[in-house]
Design a protein around this ligand. Structure first.
Ligand code: SF4
Length: 206
């Protein structure tokens, strides 16, 4: 199968449960949403065969993050990709906006299944950002602009009980991100959630 791949690169995971871990990112092209703050140029890409992706990921870290765009748009091809990477000895994490149900057979191949529900701060209409039913276990990772966004995040989390909640500051400017985190610290702590940076933003790396 051919995949439309936006980029493949190795860095550290800047977000979510594997924050700080070395990882290779396989960013698939295309997304079903249009978030106002999107900082990935996910529309562009080049066609790559499965074996070419494996070859590019092989020398990198033992963790591979399949992201996008929205990786669920690859459908059953995502199962083949995750399965081949797992067979090659990689830990496979998935980052998704959660609006598309995963193809059958994917969940058992994945280490961290990280869902990033979009809030109204994304500018995406509510009906387009509803989480799909039957998502595998995994945390909800919210990008928030201010304390005002937390109530909406709480409403989403309440509809999907039993999932850990991560809060991270929106933005690509390090100092502003730290200031937002300082303002969020108390309210996030009170709710028993985890406050995390976007480490790559703070460090100025990809
Ligand atoms: S879901 Fe992610 S990749 Fe898609 S537009 Fe929103 S921020 Fe960008």
């Amino acid at each position: 199968m051919t995949y439309q791949v936006n980029e493949i690169f190795s860095s550290l995971q800047g977000e979510g449960p594997a924050i700080g871990m070395p990882a290779t990112f396989v960013r698939l092209s295309g997304c079903n949403l249009r978030c106002s703050y999107c900082d990935t140029r996910h529309e562009s890409g080049r066609p790559l065969e499965l074996d070419e992706i494996l070859d590019l990921a092989a020398p990198g870290p033992g963790r591979v993050v399949i992201t996008g765009g929205e990786p669920m748009l690859a459908g059953g091809g995502l199962v083949d990709l995750a399965g081949a990477l797992a067979k090659a000895g990689k830990i496979v994490d998935i980052e998704t906006n959660g609006t598309i149900a995963p193809p059958a057979g994917l969940a058992s191949l994945v280490g961290n299944y990280v869902i990033s529900p979009k809030l109204s701060n994304s500018g995406v209409p509510p009906e387009e950002r509803l989480l799909a039913p039957g998502l595998p276990p995994g945390p909800l990772k919210f990008a928030v602009d201010s304390v005002d966004d937390l109530e909406e995040a709480a409403e989403v989390a309440a509809r999907h009980p039993g999932r850990e909640v991560f809060i991270m500051p929106l933005g690509t400017e390090p100092l502003a991100a730290v200031r937002k985190m300082a303002a969020l610290r108390g309210p996030v702590q009170e709710r028993g959630w985890r406050l995390l940076p976007r480490l790559h933003v703070l460090l100025g790396v990809r």
